[in-house]
Design a protein around this ligand. Structure first.
Ligand code: ACO
Length: 339
């Protein structure tokens, strides 16, 4: 096992992994279910297809596979992991799915819990895990972002169902010296007062319990979204928070190797890139293949770009997650990879 650096205070990003369901649904295929078409979806969102979990897979399975791949890249044994954070809004079990993933991984020494912050979930979990490592109480963490929104969209509502897909991504992070810190800076924000434009609310159904009393029946309504409000929120807040981070750290956008945004809509990616004059070839996007996989988009995209050699050791990445809550955040990261 590697030696713990003396002046702990930083974290290194040392491994990534991802997993996607086997079922693929193209825009044309979706057009057989609802009144939509490939041209509308592609031109409005950049999405070409999405993956949907079928009867032989679960979100915990995908999370396990993504986590296992990240462990392999990092060269870690499952037993050496101290913490597993599963960012998800769609767990297999409302009591939490992270312990199930921990058991599947054989990470018997890790504490594991879920963290919910919708599409910002991975970034919020990454920052949370980093605080445990920076504080010196833990050395190795696995941060997984995974969602199965196919469970919770109304597949007859063309305004929402075309946007989402299922998937999982993971990053292995380890405590390191302050000088080597890969989480250069971050900022996280929430505004519940504006949360009504994107919800996955309770059914609100009450049934008789005993005479004179009722109880609420569990269950959720499908995703409800005011697309235009969410769009305006994203193109206003993401450039603002990224701009704050870049100027606070005196980093010229030209110095960035990659812009890695939550994959919600290609038009949002383009608008943010344009605001900082970042050329298209530095903007990571896999919307065409997977759509919006919520908490999974950032690690899924990162893993793809690491595996195909675009993201290399030492590269500087500006990332931002945003979504329901409302919640949003940004971070400046440096990818290290395994040594
Ligand atoms: N196919 C064909 N037509 C459609 C579809 C569809 N799938 N969906 C809507 N339309 C129609 C509408 O009915 C409307 O028709 P009308 O003018 O006859 O009434 C027309 O297209 C325009 O609808 P708008 O809602 O105005 O379309 P808009 O250009 O705003 O695009 C979209 C909608 C793509 C949802 C956009 O608002 C958007 O991307 N918003 C951000 C959404 C988002 O990213 N959400 C997730 C982020 S947070 C998270 O990740 C959880």
């Amino acid at each position: 096992m590697a030696e713990t650096p003396k002046n702990i205070g930083g974290v290194a990003l040392v491994g990534s992994g991802s997993a996607i369901p086997s079922q693929k649904v193209t825009n044309d295929e979706l057009g057989m279910r609802v009144d939509t078409n490939d041209l509308w979806i592609k031109s409005r969102t950049g999405i070409g297809a999405r993956r949907v979990i079928g009867p032989n897979e679960t979100l915990s399975d995908l999370s396990h596979l993504a986590g296992e791949a990240a462990l392999q890249m990092a060269g870690w044994s499952p037993e050496s992991v101290d913490l597993i954070l599963l960012a998800t809004s769609t767990p297999d079990d409302l009591f939490g799915s992270a312990p199930k993933v921990q058991a599947k991984l054989g990470a018997c020494n890790a504490v594991a819990f879920d963290l919910t912050a919708a599409c910002s979930g991975f970034l919020f979990a990454l920052v949370t895990a980093a605080q445990f490592l920076r504080g010196g109480s833990m050395r190795r963490a696995l941060v997984i972002g995974a969602d199965q929104l196919s469970r919770w969209v109304d597949w007859d509502d063309r305004r929402t169902c075309v946007l989402f897909g299922d998937g999982a991504g993971a990053v292995a992070i380890e405590a390191t010296s302050t000088e080597e810190d890969a989480l250069i800076d971050f900022k996280l924000k929430s505004d519940g007062a504006r949360g009504d434009c994107l919800n996955l609310p309770q059914l609100g159904e009450f049934l008789p319990l005993i005479t004179g009393t009722t109880h609420q029946r569990g269950g959720f309504s499908p995703v409800q979204m005011n697309g235009q409000e969410v769009y305006k929120f994203a193109v206003r807040e993401v450039p603002a928070i990224l701009g704050e981070l870049l100027s606070a750290n005196k980093i010229d956008p030209e110095k960035l190797n990659w812009l890695l945004l939550h994959q919600a809509n290609q038009r949002i990616l383009d608008a943010v890139a344009q605001r900082f004059s970042i050329p298209q070839d530095k903007v990571l996007s896999n919307l065409a293949d997977y759509g919006n996989t919520s908490a999974a988009t950032i690690p899924l995209m990162l893993d793809e770009a690491v595996k195909d050699g675009r993201v290399q050791s030492g590269h500087l990445i500006a990332t931002s997650g945003f979504g329901a809550g409302l919640s949003w955040g940004a971070a400046l990261l440096r990818w290290r990879g395994p040594i």
